[in-house]
Write a new protein. Structure first.
Lengths: 254, 273
């Protein structure tokens, strides 16, 4: 902490970027952004720029990882070297390895993997620009990519982080709030079944603060889920329109 | 790339046995749902380390050694010492462990222990600065898993804390441009005592300190690390299952209570009681 710390919340409860304590950053999602992948999604969440893509179900490689009664899920969370202030080595860090594991576990819960035994479903998350909460935005995008790939899902997973800044519980930390904040609590949630599929925490929270943060995070995940559903619908509508356009002239000839 | 692991097979009968017992509020080793296994802590076993602790949690055996050296600080924290936690799943500790680069399980274990120590500010890193930007004290916490019978996170956190509490280091001082190392040994500045408590969920039942058989049938686990004042400093959910928010709140409450008990045991062991 060689830089002087700035005040993150003013006396009116307004944050540096003008948000209220329980306000999300602007979020934009697009489904089906890549040509080759079986499913893909792009998300802008604050300054996060993330592409998630899914391949599979496909043959498991190497073969011995295959499971007789279900598909194996593979997951890679990776940050581009240019995604952060100082260039990050492209080799996977311990942080990325840990996040790949917890993200896989959080998405695996939602996948009906027993439908495709002996196959592999591969999830790739590339952070092109990192802001606070990139693992959560990555999960949000990856779940859309899974849906776009046609992988049977019990539900779509939405994720969001809650933080504590200047002693107050606040939603969806930006980069500076993440770095200077007193606590960070990433949550992934399945809104219909009402269950949490990822939960991590670091910093310092009392039991009451934690309970408040959990409520705030769950409410935010529900909002993010609505945006996910909208993005998926847009994709299907555009596919339908394209199909109709291609179809009409032929009908005219007949 | 993280891949769904191959679970070692556990007999369907054994699985049913564990669940049936839990429905009656009992466990395979006669413990209550919120009981820990016998906890034995021995410190100072390795004289060449600055601090060490061997922890037996039931049949789980974890040793932690602390090594303290001088080195360069990170550029973004020039006035602070460095904490580095590493975990080694020793190949003889389980038939499923293999030699080689650290597995994601080992990395997760080390990082969860690291978060507990770091976020609770257990080590006074500011006090470990010898010369800003140039020389600071580096504390290496090396967790050695020797026998894996479940709940490695709690056992690793307990042995790390016991080892830190009993660590002694040389006194380092600047003498002009040179660092002078005095032979006088001082205790490592420990300011907080983080304790990790892991709750496992099996078929809707929440239990503490799962043994290996229970871990093989659990759907998910939640580790909650608390500090001296009962505040939460780190959490980690693991496994393929889920938790409801009520279950999480309950696990947090239990972890705060249980943490106090375990902290007393660790203090006792560190004080040689």
């Amino acid at each position: 902490m060689n830089k002087p710390e700035v005040k993150l919340v003013d006396e009116n409860g307004v944050r540096l970027d003008g948000r209220k304590l329980d306000e999300l950053r602007p979020i934009k999602m697009d489904v089906g952004v890549l040509d080759k992948a079986d499913g893909s999604a792009y998300i802008e969440h604050g300054k996060n720029r993330i592409i998630a893509a899914v391949y599979g179900p496909r043959e498991a490689h190497p073969k011995h990882i295959a499971l007789a009664d279900r598909a194996v899920i593979k997951c890679r969370y990776h940050m581009a070297p240019f995604s952060v202030e100082e260039r990050k080595s492209p080799a996977p860090s311990r942080r990325e390895l840990e996040l790949s594991k917890v993200i896989r576990e959080s998405l695996e819960t939602s996948i009906m993997s027993e439908v495709y035994p002996r196959t592999s479903i591969d999830i790739f998350i590339e952070i092109l620009q990192s802001d606070g909460g990139s693992r959560c935005a990555g999960i949000t995008a990856a779940s859309l990519a899974l849906a776009d790939a046609g992988v049977p899902l019990k539900e779509i997973v939405a994720a969001c982080a809650v933080c504590k800044i200047d002693g107050k519980i606040a939603l969806d930390a930006s980069d500076i709030e993440d770095k200077q904040g007193d606590a960070d609590l990433p949550i992934a949630f399945m809104p219909k079944s009402g269950v949490i599929t990822l939960l991590q925490m670091d910093g310092s929270l009392t039991e009451e603060e934690f309970n408040q943060a959990l409520d705030m995070g769950i409410a935010a995940c529900k909002k993010i889920n609505e945006i996910q559903v909208e993005a998926l619908k847009r994709k299907y509508i555009s596919v339908k329109e394209q199909a109709e356009e291609r179809h009409e002239p032929q009908e005219a000839k007949a | 790339m993280s891949t769904t692991p191959q679970q070692p097979p556990i007999g369907k009968i054994e699985q049913k046995g564990i669940v049936d017992l839990l429905t009656k509020g009992r466990r395979i080793d006669e413990r209550k749902l919120t009981d820990y296994r016998d906890l034995k802590i021995e410190t100072g076993l390795v004289q060449k380390a600055n601090g060490s602790a061997m922890v037996n949690l039931g049949k789980t055996k974890v040793m932690t050694g602390i090594k303290i050296e001088l080195g360069k600080p990170f550029p973004d924290t020039p006035n602070q010492g460095v904490l580095a936690v590493n975990a080694e799943l020793v190949p003889f500790a389980s038939p499923s462990f293999e030699p080689g680069p650290p597995s994601e399980g080992a990395i997760e274990l080390a990082r969860v222990v690291d978060r507990g120590i770091r976020e609770s500010k257990a080590i006074g890193l500011e006090a470990l600065c010898v010369e800003p930007k140039k020389q600071v004290v580096i504390v290496f916490v090396d967790v050695y898993v020797l026998d894996h019978d479940g709940n490695l996170i709690d056992a690793a956190a307990i042995s790390s804390l016991a080892a830190l509490l009993t660590s002694k280091m040389n006194r380092y001082e600047m003498d002009g441009e040179e660092v002078r190392t005095s032979d006088e040994l001082v205790p490592l500045p420990v300011q907080n005592e983080p304790v990790a408590v892991t709750t496992a969920k099996i078929d809707g039942h929440m239990i503490l300190d799962p043994c290996l058989e229970e871990e093989l049938v659990m759907s998910s686990r939640l580790t909650v690390t608390t500090g001296r004042d009962g505040s939460i400093c780190a959490m980690q959910k693991g496994g393929l299952g889920t938790f409801t928010d009520q279950e999480i709140r309950q696990a947090v409450k239990t972890a705060i209570e249980k943490g106090k008990e375990i902290r007393e045991t660790i203090r006792g062991a560190a004080a040689g009681r």
